[in-house]
Design a protein around this ligand. Sequence first.
Ligand code: FPP
Length: 267
Amino acid sequence: MKELSLTKIKQTQEDKNRQIELTDSGVIPVHIAIIMDGNGRWAQSKGNIRLFGHKIGVDSVRDITEACAQLGVKFLTLYAFSTENWGRPSAEVRGLMRLLVSSLRKEADNLHRNNIRLVTIGQMDRFPDDCIKELDEAISLTEDNTGLELCLALSYSGRWDITEAVKKIAKHVEKGRLAPNLINDQMIGDHLSTASIPDPDLIIRTSGEYRISNFLLWQLAYSELYISELYWPDFRRNELYEAIHSFQKRDRRFGKVYKNKKDEISD
Ligand code: FPP
């Protein structure tokens, strides 16, 4: 049996056993990205306002983050607020900002104690000052941590990310430092907001929708897709384990024909 990484998070024995089973049964994805969808519908199905769904959604964020840290996942990217979400009713946008601030206040120490590093991607300058302040504090508190990297995509969209990368590369061309025919996949990836981390191995979307919704458009090229029928507030670690179990059964060929790395090398 493989040893699970040490964490300071309390766990039931049953959950520990489930995680050991999972680490024994195959590869744990290095990078998991999640489109957390269905908060509003979950709340409405219970006769509640949409913001209640976002509030309970934070409990799912905590549970999934803890489970990923315990399993030894290296990167977890959560689509917490898309560029398009600015178009929601202003009361919902304000409520989401307040929730972000209060969650960070409550959770920053917990992230730190568990060796989790918080980072963000997206247009942070569009956020109110109190959000930026709270995020900056949590980011600096956790910056030297070496465990799970939790990346919140905030005011993020895949098209925005690619557009920004193209602008940066165009500047190199304009200044005469780069010939256009030298632009390649690697260079574009190196100019995206996720340049320092590997592409997601597994992308999970909740609420039974089969869409990418302008998330990590470039980075998801070869990610394995898992759709859960559950709304995000109901998506907890047992469903995450199902997603990872499904990932472990996939035959990732990256457009080639080999079944595993060994075959690739002998070809
Ligand atoms: C999608 O549900 C969810 C969001 C737009 C926001 C996700 C935010 C949270 C889980 C809470 C804050 C996050 C952090 C990291 C503290 P939806 O509103 O689109 O639901 P619907 O599709 O049913 O309308």
